[in-house]
Design a protein around this ligand. Structure first.
Ligand code: SIN
Ligand code: MN
Length: 345
C-alpha cells in the first residue's frame, strides 16, 4: 500500500522457543537489545557496492518492477570508496583534464534515437522535452546541492530489487523515500532508517517554472493543444535523485507507485538530466524493443503527465564523456549522469 512503512521486512529473524516462558519485562528487555543491536549495525552499514541486498526471495520476473534489466550490479565506479559511508558524486580529483569532444555512434538497437534539434519537442499528449532548459549555472548548483545531500544522512546508496539484485545506479530520495524493493513510499528508508531530506526550495521553484513554461510552449506551438494536451500543474513532494555511472542503466518500467489521486489526475513527472547524455526509451507497451528513443542531454527537462503519465520508460545506456567540460570543471562530478525526477505523491 502506498506510504506504508515496511521496516518489518528487515527484522532480525529468530525462532521462538515455546518452552521458555518469558515475563513481559524480560520480553521488553530482549526486544530492546535486539533493536539497539540492529540500530548499531544499521549505523555502521556501508552503502556501497560491497553491500549485499538483504532479501533474496525470487519470484517470477525476479521481483523486478522494471522488466528487462540485464545487469544487476552498478559498475564503472570501482573507485567509489568502499570505505566511505556515502557515495560521493563529486570526489575531489587532482587532475581534472578537459575532455576532448567525443564522437559516438548511436548503437543500432531497433528504433534510432530521435535527433532533437535545438528547440522544445512535443512527443505526444502530454510528453514534452525542453532541450537545454536548465542554465549551466543552475546545473552546477544542482550538482553541488545533490553532492552535499548525497554524502550526508539519507544520501546516495545502491538500492535493491525484491530478488536481492542491485539497481545499476545510486539513489537518494528527497521529500519522501521510495523503496524499489517494495515499491512503497515512506518517511524513512528501510535500508538504514534515515529520513529523507526535504526537497530544497529552489528545486521546487525550478519544477513549477518548468511546468509553466512547458504548458506555455504547448499552447503557443502545438496546434492540437487544448486543455487535455496540457500538463496539470503540481507542487512536488518527492524527488528521486539517481546517479548513473558510465555503465549505469534503468530497466523499462512505469512510474505507478504514487497515490491514486496523483495517478488519476495524471500529475506529471518532471525529469532533470545533468552530466553525461543518456539514451532514454519510452513506449506504450512492456516491450522495450518497440520503444521510441531519445538522447537526453545535460540541461534537458522531460515532462510526462496526463495521458502519458503511465508511459513505459527506461535508460538503456549512458554516453560517456558527453557532459560539458565547464560542468565537470566546476563540480568535479564523476563521469556519469545525474537525474532528478519530481512527482507529487
Ligand atoms: C526514472 O525513470 O526514474 C529515471 C529516468 C531517467 O533517469 O531519465
Ligand atoms: Mn521512472
Amino acid at each position: 500500500m502506498p506510504g506504508h512503512n515496511r521496516h518489518g521486512n528487515r527484522s532480525v529473524s529468530g525462532k521462538s522457543d515455546g518452552k521458555i516462558k518469558q515475563t513481559n519485562a524480560e520480553r521488553k528487555m530482549k526486544s530492546k537489545i535486539v533493536t539497539d543491536g540492529l540500530q548499531s549495525v544499521l549505523k555502521n552499514v556501508k552503502l556501497d557496492d560491497n553491500d549485499e541486498c538483504n532479501s533474496k526471495n525470487s519470484n517470477k520476473n525476479g521481483g523486478k518492477p522494471y522488466g528487462k534489466d540485464d545487469g544487476n550490479r552498478e559498475s564503472g565506479d570501482k573507485d567509489n570508496g568502499s570505505n566511505k559511508m556515502r557515495f560521493d558524486i563529486c570526489p575531489k580529483r587532482d587532475n581534472v583534464k578537459p575532455k576532448a569532444p567525443s564522437l559516438f555512434l548511436y548503437k543500432v538497437r531497433g528504433n534510432q534515437p530521435k535527433h532533437k534539434g535545438k528547440g522544445n519537442v512535443y512527443f505526444r499528449p502530454v510528453m514534452v522535452l525542453m532541450n537545454n532548459y536548465i542554465s549551466i549555472e543552475d546545473q552546477i548548483s544542482i550538482v553541488k546541492t545533490c553532492r552535499e545531500l548525497g554524502v550526508n544522512n539519507g544520501g546516495f546508496y545502491q538500492p535493491c530489487y525484491s530478488d536481492g539484485s542491485k539497481l545499476n545506479l545510486k539513489m537518494m530520495c528527497l521529500g519522501k523515500n521510495w523503496d524499489p524493493e517494495t515499491k512503497l513510499y515512506s518517511e524513512t528508508r528501510p535500508v538504514d532508517n534515515a529520513e529523507s531530506h526535504p526537497i530544497p526550495e529552489v528545486f521546487h521553484d525550478m519544477v513549477i517554472k518548468a511546468l509553466q513554461d512547458s504548458n506555455a510552449y504547448i499552447m503557443n506551438q502545438v496546434p492540437e493543444a487544448n486543455v487535455g494536451a496540457l500538463n496539470p500543474l503540481m507542487v512536488p513532494d518527492i524527488c528521486i535523485v539517481n546517479f548513473y555511472s558510465e555503465s549505469g542503466k534503468l530497466g523499462f518500467h512505469q512510474d505507478e507507485d504514487e497515490s491514486e489521486m496523483s495517478l488519476k489526475k495524471g500529475l506529471p513527472v518532471v525529469s532533470f538530466s545533468i552530466g553525461d547524455s543518456a539514451e532514454f526509451l519510452y513506449g506504450e507497451t512492456w516491450n522495450p524493443d518497440d520503444a521510441e528513443k531519445v538522447i537526453l542531454e545535460s540541461g534537458d527537462v522531460l515532462i510526462f503527465g496526463g495521458k502519458s503519465r503511465h508511459i513505459f520508460h527506461g535508460v538503456s545506456y549512458i554516453l560517456p564523456d558527453t557532459a560539458q567540460t565547464s560542468l565537470i570543471e566546476s563540480t568535479d562530478m564523476r563521469p556519469g549522469r545525474l537525474n532528478l525526477t519530481f512527482r507529487k505523491y
